[in-house]
Each structure stands twice: as C-alpha cells, then as structure tokens.
Write a protein that binds this ligand. Sequence first.
Ligand code: URA
Length: 230
Amino acid sequence: MRLDKYLAHAQLGTRKEVKKLIRSKRVRVNDEICTKEDRQLQKEDCVYVDDELLVYDELVYLMLYKPQGVISATEDRVHTTVMDIFDAPLPKNCFPVGRLDIDSEGLLLITNDGQLAHQLLSPKKHVDKTYYVECEKTLSSEDLQLLESGTIQLDKEHVLPAQAKRISANSLYLTIQEGKFHQVKRMLQACGNKVCYLKRISMGSLQLDKSLAPGEWRYLSEEEIRGLKQ
Ligand code: URA
C-alpha cells in the first residue's frame, strides 16, 4: 500500500494533509526519512511520524478476496496464510473471521474486532453465508429439496435448512447459517455429488466486492461495518 494512503487510513489527516506531512520530512519508514508519498509499504515496514512509531490500535475491518492455495490462518509453517498476502502493515492482532478451505476462494473478513467476529461466527446468531458452488454432477430437484430440508446429518447432528438456488445444471447458490467443517462440500456429498469449485460471495450483509480480483483486498466502508454490527 502507498505511504500516503496508509497514513490517511491511520487517521493522520486527509490525503492532502498527509502528503504535506511527508514532504515536510516528518515521516520515517524504518531507518530513513521518506519524502515520497507513493512509497510502497511492505508488511514488515515500520512507519514513524515525528519519531513516534505508528501503531494502529483502532479496530480495522478489511475484506479480502481469498485466492485458492492459501490457508485461513494467521500463521503456518508450511502453507502461505491469508495474512501473508497483505501488502501493507496491519495491526498484529488481526485475524480472518471464519475459515475457507485451501481450495475455496472468495469473501474473507479480516479484523481485530473479536466481539464482531464472535457475533458473526456464533451458531446461535444464524448469520447467512452464501456460496457459489459448482458440482461434478447435475443437480436434481430432489437434491435441492434435500439441501433445504434440514434433514442432512453432519457430525451426528442435523444441519439447519439451507437455501438452494439452482443457476445451471451443475451450479447453485447455497446459503447456510452454520460453519461446520467442510459444510458445503459435505452437504453436496450427502446428495451424492462432489463440489469442484467453491466461492463465498457474502457473509451477513457483507458482499464480496465484484471489482476485487483473487488476492486483492480493501477496507470496509463505514456503512458495511455498521451493517455487519446490526
Ligand atoms: N464449506 C466448505 O465445504 N468449504 C469451505 O471452504 C466453506 C464452506
């Protein structure tokens, strides 16, 4: 992320004000005063203003278009995590809200707001999560009925009824309210089918921004944050 954008997000002023700050040599990146507002920051960079380290201790909310091939964790010895792909310094206590499998992609909320994360993930809150799903085999009307029936058993418990909307012979939108391990894949397996592509497109009121490509991210708007907290 550009230095001026980063400073503006850290509430140090408008883009115009932070540019002035940079030009007046009050901003240091690591050991060097930086006078270039378009300086690209890496995750490990430390930014100082008037010799004070900038620590984001406010709550931050980002949406990431999780690409396939990375895992939804903060650290891993083997795999690249979703936190490794950020191109800007984030508060150390940020984490992904909920999991997407390594081969799944789509909307992932990253925040350091534990209270909101709890609210979104708690099974009692019944927050809708919608997935675009492509399957190996054709989906029958009976399959859609089964997905919506609430009779599928996973981990010896019935899952809540889902909403299933067929898009083509072998693709559908599936909305579920829980987040059991591999839930979508296992629900389709219960229909005798196999998921070959899975993308989360929404979580509660938050929709994956269509202008993001896999691996890209942006901060949530105030309105999106408010919507999630309701
Ligand atoms: N359900 C799955 O099976 N996988 C995901 O990544 C998300 C939901």
